[in-house]
Design a protein around this ligand. Structure first.
Ligand code: NAI
Length: 335
């Protein structure tokens, strides 16, 4: 039986340490605000830095009244960006414009590519060792843009640059649980590829718990998961894209990142990262996260795929490749 002091040490070790600093860039937006709220509730976060080009003081004033220990600070405009980023362990980037009905992910490129490039340059200068979580679309291009910027600055660590595709997994889990009347908490569907239309490939055959799908169900669920973003865009009818479910998904990825940084040895997430699982330089798959970022790729998810999944995988590659190349070319063109 441990003595009292030993018991205290043991129980302290089990307590999460509220010691991490998280920065949100684009914190006053539709995603940024609820994401700030969810991160403010995390026991692992000691400081939450909110950056935007406008309106962020209001958000910080509001959030700072929640009686959780996390300290909230606001930073407005490029002159305050460096201070926002110094010492950050995790930087989340939802800055940029969202989709409207009739607007494709690629249409966002012209504006969001430049925003992501500028913000990642500042990350490279001020906290190159942080986990960088990109949300801004088109993700299939903005993650390669971030990688090229970091390479140019000589600080690229492929294990710590993530495209947040968690919303695809969240949606897949929800839709599959509804369709198959499963307990939602138990359902886990890996989603691979990229984060736009047909590049989103849910691996329904790898669903846990194991559950059989008829061919029509596979087709219907796959298409629904691929177009789920458009469902929300159309429901909002011009007022933007998914914000609340996206904030929920991003908060899950942030929490997973913090648990990994904190030494939890059991953290797995799907994410769009530099990868050797296929011939494409970036690819979303399930990875194991650790203190240093990506620790392992779960390649077994890609083994024993159904014919439907194999065909869909081949079909997504040209589009994903083109989006990656567009991102890389953008950085080289503008420098
Ligand atoms: P929003 O327009 O509501 O918010 C964007 C925020 O970014 C605004 O507050 C704006 O002031 C800020 N911003 C613009 N330029 C900036 C700059 N240079 N530096 C810092 N902040 C800047 O848009 P929302 O709905 O929050 O979406 C943000 C992005 O997330 C969009 O690109 C959207 O397509 C993407 N998204 C990604 C998803 C994913 O699964 N990865 C899902 C849903 C949206």
């Amino acid at each position: 039986v441990p003595k009292l002091e030993e018991k205290q040490v043991l129980s302290n070790q089990n307590q999460p340490r509220a010691s991490y600093k998280v920065a949100i860039l684009g914190a006053a937006g539709g995603i940024g605000q609820p994401l700030g709220l969810l991160i403010k509730m995390s026991p692992l976060v000691s400081a939450l830095h909110l950056y935007d080009i406008t309106n962020v003081k209001v958000v910080a004033a509001d959030l700072s009244h929640c009686n959780t220990p996390t300290q909230v600070l606001d930073f407005t405009g490029p002159s305050e960006l460096a201070n926002c980023l110094k010492g950050a362990d995790v930087v989340v980037i939802p800055a940029g414009i969202p989709r409207k009905p009739g607007v494709t992910f690629d249409d966002l490129f012209d504006i969001n590519a430049g925003i992501v490039k500028t913000l990642v340059e500042a990350v490279a200068d001020n906290c190159p060792d942080a986990f960088i979580l990109i949300i801004s679309n088109p993700l299939n291009s903005t993650v390669p843009i971030a990688a090229e910027v970091l390479k140019q600055q000589g600080v690229y660590n492929p294990k710590k640059l993530f495209g947040v595709t968690t919303l695809d997994v969240v949606r897949a889990n929800t839709f599959v649980a509804q369709k198959k009347q499963l307990k939602l908490i138990d359902v886990d569907v890996p989603v691979i590829g990229g984060h736009a239309g047909i590049t989103i490939l849910p691996l329904l055959s790898k669903t846990r718990p194991v559950v059989p799908f008829r061919d029509e169900e596979v087709e219907e669920l796959t298409v629904r998961i691929q177009n789920a973003g458009t469902e929300v865009v159309e429901a909002k009818a011009g007022a933007g894209s998914a914000t609340l479910s996206m904030a929920y998904a991003a908060a899950r990825f942030v929490e997973s990142s913090l648990r990994a940084l904190d030494g939890d040895g059991d953290v797995y997430e799907c994410t769009f990262v530099q990868s050797e699982l296929t011939e494409l330089p970036f690819f979303a798959s399930r990875v194991k996260l650790g203190r240093k970022g990506v620790e392992a790729f779960i390649s077994s998810d890609l083994e024993g795929l159904t014919n439907y999944e194999l065909k869909a995988l081949e079909a997504l590659k040209p589009e994903l490749k083109a989006s990656i190349e567009k991102g890389v070319a953008f950085v080289h063109k503008t420098t």
